[in-house]
Design a protein around this ligand. Structure first.
Ligand SMILES: Nc1ncnc2c1ncn2[C@@H]1O[C@H](COP(=O)(O)OP(=O)(O)OP(=O)(O)O)[C@@H](O)[C@H]1O
Ligand SMILES: [Mg+2]
Length: 166
């Protein structure tokens, strides 16, 4: 209706706009560049913005931008994300049935990621949308996860860098 009045080819602000038809603002390019940088260096990033400013759309575009032969993108959006559901959700996206207990599922995920990196040479990229809804327990879990990675990759020759990141 209003589409024809304004001579629009398609309904604006729908969720399924093909990513190659998005408005390529400077901000979108800049954000994508930073997120790609984060994925390439296995860093942690937080994307913030007012409601409806295009955070999820940017993530959708990022997913399409990242080379699928190098990155395995896993996406979670759950207002009640608990550590158990976090591991279960990621394992399901890797095609595995998660073990029941959180600790077991966590070890299972680490193992799957090691296999993915070692055999398939794929880097995992985990995206949690609506992360402002995460409770303290889930945020602590993310912190432990990042620490685990640092400990696992600890290399005495690079102590300064590790400490600098911690
Ligand atoms: N670059 C863009 N070009 C065209 N349309 C866009 C672009 N970015 C976002 N939009 C439109 O704006 C709508 C809102 O964007 P999006 O849902 O990504 O925002 P959000 O920041 O994730 O919102 P919320 O805070 O509610 O989660 C999308 O449905 C899409 O139609
Ligand atoms: Mg969103």
């Amino acid at each position: 209706m209003f589409e024809s009045f304004y001579d629009l080819e398609r309904t604006p602000f729908s969720r399924d706009i093909p990513t190659d038809q998005l408005y390529q603002s400077h901000m979108l390019e800049e954000t994508l560049g930073r997120l790609e940088y984060t994925a390439q260096r296995q860093m942690f990033a937080v994307l913030t913005g007012d409601c409806g400013t295009g955070k999820t759309t940017t993530i959708r575009k990022l997913k399409e931008t990242l080379d699928t032969s190098r990155f395995m993108v896993m996406y979670l959006a759950d207002s009640k994300l608990t550590p158990r559901h976090f591991y279960k959700g990621l394992l399901e996206q890797l095609g595995c049935e998660a073990k029941f207990y959180r600790g077991d599922a966590k070890r299972q995920l680490h193992k799957e990621i090691e296999l993915m990196q070692g055999i398939h040479h794929l880097q995992p990229v985990v995206i949690v949308d609506e992360a402002h809804l995460l409770d303290k327990e889930m945020l602590e879990e993310v912190r432990f996860l990042l620490n685990f990675k640092m400990d696992a990759q600890f290399n005495p020759g690079r102590t300064k860098r590790t400490l600098g990141t911690a």
